[in-house]
Unconditional design. Structure first.
Lengths: 284, 349
C-alpha cells in the first residue's frame, strides 16, 4: 500500500518534470505544443546512446540530456515555432503533430523500433526497507532529484527577476510587452528550459516509462492531462495534478489491471467537464 | 399602412434570402463534371478498384470531419472514435446477426450516431484545448475498451470472421473489389448530397455564423449549443458509415480503426484539401492515398515521416495562402477554357 503510494509519487514527480515546460509555454504563448514528448524522447535517447555506446556514467548523462533537449528546443523555437504564435489553434495542432510524426519516424530509422534498455548503475537498482516499507532505490533517487527541481523552479519563478517577468508575461502578454519586458526573449528561454526539463525527464524516465520511438505519442495524453487538470497559471497546479495522476495511474494499474488506463481518461474527461480551466486555476 | 410596408420589405428580404440560398445550392457545372468523372472511374480503372474503394471511404470520413471542422469550427483530435464504433458495430453485426451490407451500414451508422450524440455534450464547453483533449480522450478510451474487450472485439488480433452477404443478394464482395468500390462510391454520393443540402440550408449557414463568432451568433438568436450538438451527431453518423464501409469491404476490423494516427491523418487530409467546402476532403483523400501508394513502395514504415513533413511545411507556408493560390489557378484555368465566370475556383474558400 505505502509502496504503491511511494511509486505513485515518484511517477507523478517524473510526470511533473516532463510536463512543466508544456504548461508554462501553453500559459505564456497559448501554443498547443503536442510535440513536447519529442523533446523528452530526445533526452532519453541521448542518455541511452551516451551510456550504452560511450560508457558515460548515468549521473553525467542527465545534465547532458537536459542541454541537448534544451538546445533542440531553442533552435526549433527560434526557427519554426515563433512564426506560429499568432495562428489559430488548428495550425498549432497540425504543426506539432507533424513534428511528432517526423520525430517518431526519424528515431525509428536511426535507432530501430525496439525498446531501449538502460543499464542503471548498481547503487541505483534494488530496494531497501524503511520501517517495513519496500522502497526502490531508483524511485527514491527520482523523488529526491525531482523534489529538488520543483523547489528550484518554484524559487526561480517566485523570487528572481526573470521569474517575475515571466509571471507578468503569462498574466498579460500585451501589457507586459508594453512595460518593456522582452516577452519574446523570455519565451525563447522558457521554451528552451521547458524542453530541457522534458529531456531530463525523458532521461530519468527511460527506465521507468520505457523508451521506444512511439514515446511522444504514448505519453502525449499524460502531459496534456497534467496541463489541463493543473491549469497554466502557476507551478503548484501542474505539480498537484502530476502527483494525482501518478498515484492514480500506479494504483489503478496495481488494483484493477483489467481497466488499464481507462480510469485516467474518465477522470480527465470528468474534470475537464466540471472545471474547464483546470482544477486550481481561477477562471478568467 | 405601416404594417403593409413592413410586410412588403420583409417579404422581399425573405425572397432575396431565399434566392441567394437557392443559388448557393444549385449544382455547379464543375461539380457535375466531378461526379461524372468519379462514377466513370470504376469502369475506366477496373484494376485499381481496391485503391479506389479506400479513397472513397477516406473521402467519406474526411467529409464527416469537414462538417464539424470546416462548418462548425470544432477541432477534433479523436474523430476516429466514431469511425471505429461504426467499423466494430458493422463487423460484429455481420458476424453475429446478419451479413446483409445495407442493414449493417444502417446499424453501424446508428451506433455511431448514438455515441456521437452522447459525447457531443463534452465538446460544448471550454476552449480549443479542452475540446482537443476531450475528443482525444474519448477516442483513446474507446480504443482501450476495444483492446481490453478482446473476447468480443478480438483485441490486438482484430475482429476476424466477418462475412458479408452479397449486395442486394446479387453482387458478391470479391477480391477484385469491384462491388466494394461501386458500393462505397454510391454510399459516398448519397451521403454527400445530404451533406450538401445540409450546409446550404439555413441550418448550415447558422453553423458558419457560430464558427465565425459564437458570441454574436448567440446574440442574434441562434441556439449555439443545440446546433453544435446536432452537427457533431451528424458528423459522427457519417464517420460511422465510413467505418462500416471499411469493415464490410475488407471484412476485417482492427484496433487501427480507433488509432490516433487515423484521427491525425484525416485532419491532415481535410486541411490539405481545404476546409469548409465539402470537396476538400475528397481532394485530400485522393492526394493522400495516391501519395501513400507511391511512398509505400519505397519506405513502408517511414510513411508518417513524410506525413509529418507535409504537415509542418503546410502550416509554415500557410494554409490560406496555399488554398488562395490554388483557387486563383483554378479560376484562371476556368476563364481560359470557358468564357463563363469561374465555378471551381469561386468555391475554394
Amino acid at each position: 500500500m505505502l509502496t504503491i503510494l511511494f511509486d505513485g509519487v515518484a511517477y507523478g514527480m517524473l510526470m511533473f518534470v516532463l510536463a512543466v515546460g508544456l504548461s508554462v509555454t501553453l500559459g505564456l504563448m497559448n501554443f498547443v505544443n503536442l510535440a513536447h514528448g519529442a523533446f523528452a524522447m530526445a533526452g532519453g535517447y541521448v542518455t541511452v546512446v551516451l551510456m550504452n555506446r560511450y560508457g558515460v556514467p548515468f549521473l553525467a548523462c542527465l545534465p547532458l540530456a537536459f542541454i541537448a533537449a534544451a538546445l533542440l528546443g531553442l533552435v526549433l523555437e527560434r526557427t519554426l515555432y515563433r512564426r506560429l504564435y499568432e495562428r489559430p489553434h488548428l495550425d498549432h495542432v497540425l504543426f506539432s503533430i507533424g513534428i511528432v510524426f517526423m520525430a517518431v519516424a526519424a528515431v525509428d530509422w536511426v535507432m530501430g523500433s525496439s525498446q531501449q534498455n538502460l543499464r542503471l548503475p548498481p547503487w541505483l537498482s534494488g530496494r531497501f526497507d524503511v520501517f517495513g516499507v519496500g522502497v526502490g532505490r531508483y524511485r527514491a533517487f527520482l523523488i529526491a532529484v525531482c523534489g529538488l527541481l520543483v523547489i528550484t523552479l518554484e524559487l526561480a519563478v517566485a523570487r528572481t527577476r526573470f521569474g517575475s517577468r515571466l509571471r507578468a508575461a503569462v498574466d498579460d502578454r500585451r501589457v507586459a510587452r508594453g512595460l518593456g519586458i522582452p516577452v519574446d526573449t523570455i519565451f525563447a528561454a522558457t521554451f528552451a528550459v521547458g524542453s530541457g526539463l522534458a529531456g531530463l525527464g525523458g532521461a530519468m524516465g527511460a527506465e521507468l516509462l520505457g523508451l521506444d520511438p512511439t514515446f511522444p505519442l504514448k505519453f502525449m495524453i499524460y502531459f496534456l492531462i497534467v496541463v489541463a487538470v493543473g491549469g497554466t497559471s502557476g507551478l503548484v497546479g501542474p505539480f498537484v495534478a502530476a502527483l494525482l495522476l501518478g498515484v492514480a495511474d500506479v494504483a489503478g494499474k496495481y488494483y484493477a489491471p483489467a481497466f488499464g488506463a481507462f480510469a485516467i481518461y474518465t477522470v480527465m474527461i470528468a474534470i475537464l467537464l466540471l472545471r474547464p480551466q483546470g482544477l486550481f486555476a481561477r477562471p478568467r | 399602412m405601416a404594417d403593409a410596408v413592413d410586410a412588403a420589405t420583409t417579404g422581399s428580404a425573405a425572397a432575396r434570402v431565399g434566392a441567394t440560398l437557392a443559388a448557393a445550392h444549385r449544382p455547379r457545372r464543375a461539380e457535375i463534371v466531378f461526379w461524372l468523372l468519379v462514377f466513370v472511374a470504376p469502369l475506366a480503372l477496373p484494376r485499381h478498384a481496391l485503391l479506389g474503394n479506400e479513397i472513397a471511404i477516406l473521402a467519406l470520413f474526411a467529409l464527416s470531419l469537414d462538417l464539424i471542422l470546416g462548418y462548425a469550427g470544432i477541432v477534433s483530435l479523436g474523430h476516429a472514435a466514431f469511425f471505429g464504433v461504426g467499423a466494430y458495430t458493422a463487423g460484429l453485426f455481420a458476424k453475429h446477426v446478419t451479413g446483409d451490407p445495407l442493414a449493417g451500414l444502417a446499424v453501424a451508422a446508428g451506433a455511431a450516431t448514438l455515441v456521437g450524440f452522447a459525447t457531443s455534450f463534452l465538446v460544448l464547453r471550454g476552449t480549443d484545448l479542452t475540446r482537443l483533449m476531450v475528443t482525444l480522450g474519448v477516442a483513446l478510451m474507446l480504443g482501450e475498451i476495444a483492446n481490453r474487450a478482446a473476447g468480443i472485439t478480438g483485441g490486438a488480433d482484430g475482429l476476424q470472421g466477418v462475412a458479408i452477404a452479397p449486395l442486394f443478394g446479387r453482387f458478391a464482395f470479391d477480391l477484385t473489389g469491384h462491388t466494394a468500390f461501386a458500393y462505397s462510391l454510391s454510399v459516398l454520393f448519397v451521403l454527400f448530397l445530404a451533406a450538401r443540402r445540409l450546409v446550404h440550408s439555413p441550418f448550415g449557414i447558422s453553423l458558419r455564423a457560430i464558427r465565425d463568432n459564437p458570441l454574436r451568433a448567440a446574440a442574434i438568436g441562434i441556439p449555439v449549443n443545440r446546433r453544435l450538438v446536432a452537427v457533431y451527431t451528424i458528423a459522427a453518423t457519417y464517420a460511422g458509415a465510413a467505418g462500416a464501409l471499411l469493415a464490410q469491404t475488407t471484412q476485417f476490423v482492427s484496433l487501427d480503426a480507433l488509432a490516433f494516427e487515423r484521427s491525425a491523418d484525416v485532419l491532415l487530409l481535410v486541411v490539405i484539401g481545404g476546409t469548409g467546402y465539402l470537396y476538400g476532403g475528397f481532394i485530400g483523400a485522393l492526394v493522400f492515398k495516391l501519395a501513400q501508394e507511391g511512398f509505400a513502395g519505397l519506405t513502408p514504415q517511414y510513411w508518417h515521416f513524410w506525413v509529418g513533413l507535409v504537415l509542418v511545411v503546410l502550416v509554415l507556408i500557410g494554409r490560406d495562402r496555399l488554398h488562395g493560390a490554388a483557387a486563383r489557378l483554378l479560376a484562371r484555368a476556368a476563364r481560359a477554357t470557358t468564357r463563363s465566370p469561374a465555378t471551381g475556383g469561386a468555391e475554394t474558400r
